[in-house]
Design a protein around this ligand. Structure first.
Ligand SMILES: *Cc1c(COP(=O)(O)O)cnc(C)c1O
Length: 361
């Protein structure tokens, strides 16, 4: 057992090392090429989407989706108030305005009825975040968007390996986005991707991420574009991570189950209902009255934690007025416990023992 149990750490093995050495010996150009196409094909097959484009990170993938949908200055995009700040900042990056929406306590995702009430003539899209792999009634959001003529964009950064009624998250919207940053379910250090079944949007996104070119290396710029490209060096790592994704997903589920069983009946520890047949929880999230007290108690026992995101509207960078009671409540009480897929059962038990001691049970 490790003396210090971190809240999260990426998991690399000899496979990544060997694949990187083999790539370097192959005299590749490092930038995205055949290995990247192979990585994209693996993601497409796993999530069951027709088109996948990987980009430098999971914030640019969101901006790329909005750019392809021509969301721009003067437009509004509904974004949940409880999410990683990147969801809102990607809207800002394209010049549009995020409208924060409170979340539903049942799944901590955007509340459908609040969303509906906030739609205006300026609303162009709904950015639905499947926080921690959980999802709301996706058909209801699809229907709302269809009725109101809005684009449904899914920020599924935390949801690789998570499904809704058997369908992979990220594929309900017209475009879905994933992240491969260091703490995510699989990582390439940095990285993200967009997925879509819409061929025209897929082609447009491929152009935008490469300076608006129709073909790499040809300096004809069909649309306004930028450089969001990936590298084959990262793809080599991503391919090895994808090969073991199913094993990681089942480990994530069994870790969550072990925590839930261990903490069952501890008064004061709340967990969000999670259907482990569909959800691969990214982080183990618990909601407790004295969150900071528990965090420092665990720190004293060599156990790392991380507090759940502050409500986005309250971040100094945003400081927007408004009342978002559910987001505020869960944010104040939320703590992420050690969650990496390489956590052993004994380590989970040690964390749970320390939590029980804090609550004197
Ligand atoms: C991680 C994350 C992002 C940002 O992804 P990066 O790859 O770090 O840019 C966006 N949205 C959510 C919900 C995330 O968890």
């Amino acid at each position: 057992m490790r003396k210090y149990i971190p809240q999260m750490r990426p998991w690399f093995g000899d496979e990544e090392k060997d694949a990187l050495v083999a790539y370097l010996e192959s005299d590749g150009w490092m930038t995205e090429f055949l290995k990247t196409r192979e990585f994209e094909a693996m993601i497409a097959a796993y999530v069951n989407a027709s088109h996948v484009s990987v980009v430098a990170n999971g914030t640019l993938s969101l901006s790329l989706a909005l750019q392809a949908l021509e969301v721009q200055h003067g437009d509004e995009v509904l974004v949940p108030d409880l999410t990683m700040v990147a969801s809102a900042n990607a809207v800002h990056a394209v010049g549009a305005r995020p409208i924060f929406v409170d979340v539903d306590a049942a799944n901590l995702c955007m509340d459908l009825h609040h969303a509906e009430a906030l739609i205006t003539d300026r609303t162009k899209a709904i950015m639905l975040v499947s926080l921690n792999g959980r999802s709301p009634d996706m058909a209801a959001f699809q229907e709302l968007c269809a009725c109101q003529g809005l684009a449904l964009v899914e920020d599924a950064a935390q949801s690789l390996g998570s499904f809704h009624k058997g369908r992979h998250l990220g594929t309900f919207g017209v475009i879905g986005s994933f992240s491969f940053s260091a703490p995510k379910i699989i990582t390439t250090g940095q990285g993200g991707c967009v997925v879509t079944d819409d061929e025209a949007l897929a082609g447009k996104m491929r152009m935008i991420k490469d300076f608006g070119r129709t073909r790499s290396g040809v300096d004809h710029h069909e649309v306004m574009g930028y450089n969001y490209k990936f590298t084959d060096l990262q793809a080599v790592v991503g391919i090895e991570q994808m090969k073991r994704l199913s094993a990681r997903v089942s480990r994530k589920k069994s870790i969550y189950r072990r925590y839930a069983e261990n903490l069952e009946g501890v008064d004061g520890v709340q967990m969000v209902p999670t259907d482990l047949d569909e959800v691969a929880p990214w982080f183990i999230d618990v909601y407790v009255p004295d969150r900071d007290g528990l965090a420092s108690h665990l720190a004293g026992q060599g156990i790392g934690t991380r507090v759940v995101y502050p409500p986005v509207h309250s971040q100094p960078a945003w400081s927007q007025p408004g009342s978002y009671p559910v987001s505020e409540d869960y944010s104040r009480r939320g703590l992420w416990l050690p969650s990496d897929s390489s956590l052993s059962d004994a380590e989970v038990d040690r964390v749970c023992g320390a939590i029980r001691a804090f609550f004197h049970v």
